[in-house]
Ligand binder design. Structure first.
Ligand code: MLT
Length: 263
C-alpha cells in the first residue's frame, strides 16, 4: 500500500483486523524486518508496518531528517487510515521514534512496546562514531554499512550459522540509499535524551530486549522498565539486537500476551 503523507509517498503493509498495532523499524532497515510479526500477529489484530521516509519502498529523501519527521509520518499514516489511536511497537531507532511520537502525539497512543532501544541520548563518543559511519557511508556505500551493522544486529551465532538471516538483512540495508543512511545517523546523533520523559509516560508499556543485545543491552531496557510506571520487561534468551528476527516466536508471544491483556 502507498499513501502521500506530509508530502512524501510512504509505503506500508496493512494486514488483519481489530486493534491497530503499528510497527516502526530499526536503522538501517525497512518494514521488511517485521515479516514474522505481520504473519503471526495479523490473525489477532490489525498490523500496520510503515517504511519510514527514505527507507524500503517509501520515496527517497533529500537533506535532513529527524525522528520528529518519522513520528509525524507514522501518525500521518494513522490519520490517513482514520485510526484515532494505536498500539505502537518500535525497535531500536523505531523506539527512539516512539519517544518523539510521545512528545508530539501522546493522545494517539493506546500502548507502547519498546524493543531493543534506549531512552538515553548518544554520548559524545557515540556521536563521534555516528559521524565516522557517515563518512564510511559516503565513501564506501551501503555494503560497507552492512558489514559494520550485521555484527551489531545479530548474535555471533546467527552471524556464523544463519546465512538466510544475514543475507536478508544485507539486502534490506543495501536497498536503502546512502542519503537515507546518512540522514538517519544525523537524526539519531541529534535526538534528545528521553530519560526525563519516562516518569511522564503513563500508557501501558512492554519493554522487550534480547538477552545478548550489545547495542541496547538489558541494562538499558531495565532503565526504561523501571522508569515507566507499571511497565513490564521481557528479556528474550539467546537473542541479540534484532530480537524480533532472531527469536520471533518468543517476541510474538510477548507482544500478543501484552496486546490481549489490554482488551
Ligand atoms: C538500530 O537498530 O536502529 C540502531 O542500531 C540504533 C542505534 O544505532 O542507536
Amino acid at each position: 500500500m502507498r499513501a502521500t503523507i506530509n508530502g512524501v509517498e510512504l509505503a506500508y503493509a496493512d494486514h488483519g483486523q481489530g486493534t491497530p498495532v503499528v510497527l516502526v523499524h530499526a536503522f538501517p532497515l525497512s518494514r521488511e524486518m517485521w515479516e514474522p510479526q505481520l504473519d503471526a500477529l495479523s490473525p489477532y489484530c490489525r498490523v500496520i508496518a510503515v517504511d519510514l521516509r527514505g527507507h524500503g519502498e517509501s520515496a527517497p529523501v533529500r537533506g535532513k531528517l529527524s525522528l520528529d519527521d518519522f513520528a509525524d509520518d507514522v501518525v500521518g499514516v494513522l490519520d490517513y487510515l482514520k485510526l484515532p489511536r494505536a498500539i505502537f511497537v518500535g525497535l531500536s531507532m523505531g523506539g527512539y521514534t516512539l519517544f518523539a511520537l510521545h512528545r508530539r502525539h501522546r493522545r494517539r497512543i493506546k500502548a507502547l512496546v519498546l524493543a531493543d532501544t534506549r531512552a538515553q541520548a548518544d554520548t559524545a563518543e557515540g556521536r563521534e562514531a555516528r559521524f565516522a559511519m557517515i563518512r564510511t557511508a559516503e565513501e564506501k556505500g551501503q555494503g560497507a554499512i552492512a558489514e559494520i551493522m550485521l555484527p551489531r544486529l545479530v548474535t555471533p551465532h546467527s552471524l556464523q550459522h544463519r546465512p538466510d538471516l544475514t543475507q536478508r538483512l544485507r539486502a534490506i540495508i543495501e536497498r536503502n540509499p546512502v542519503a537515507t543512511i546518512v540522514a538517519d545517523l544525523r537524526a539519531m546523533a541529534e535526538r534528545p535524551d528521553s530519560v526525563s520523559l519516562l516518569g511522564e509516560m503513563e500508557h501501558p508499556t512492554l519493554v522487550i530486549v534480547g538477552e545478548l543485545d550489545q547495542g541496547t543491552p538489558p541494562a538499558d531496557a531495565t532503565t526504561m522498565a523501571e522508569g515507566i510506571r507499571g511497565a513490564r520487561l521481557t528479556i528474550i534468551p539467546n537473542a541479540g539486537h534484532l530480537s524480533n528476527l532472531e527469536a520471533p516466536a518468543a517476541f510474538n508471544a510477548a507482544v500478543l500476551e501484552f496486546v490481549n491483556g489490554l482488551r
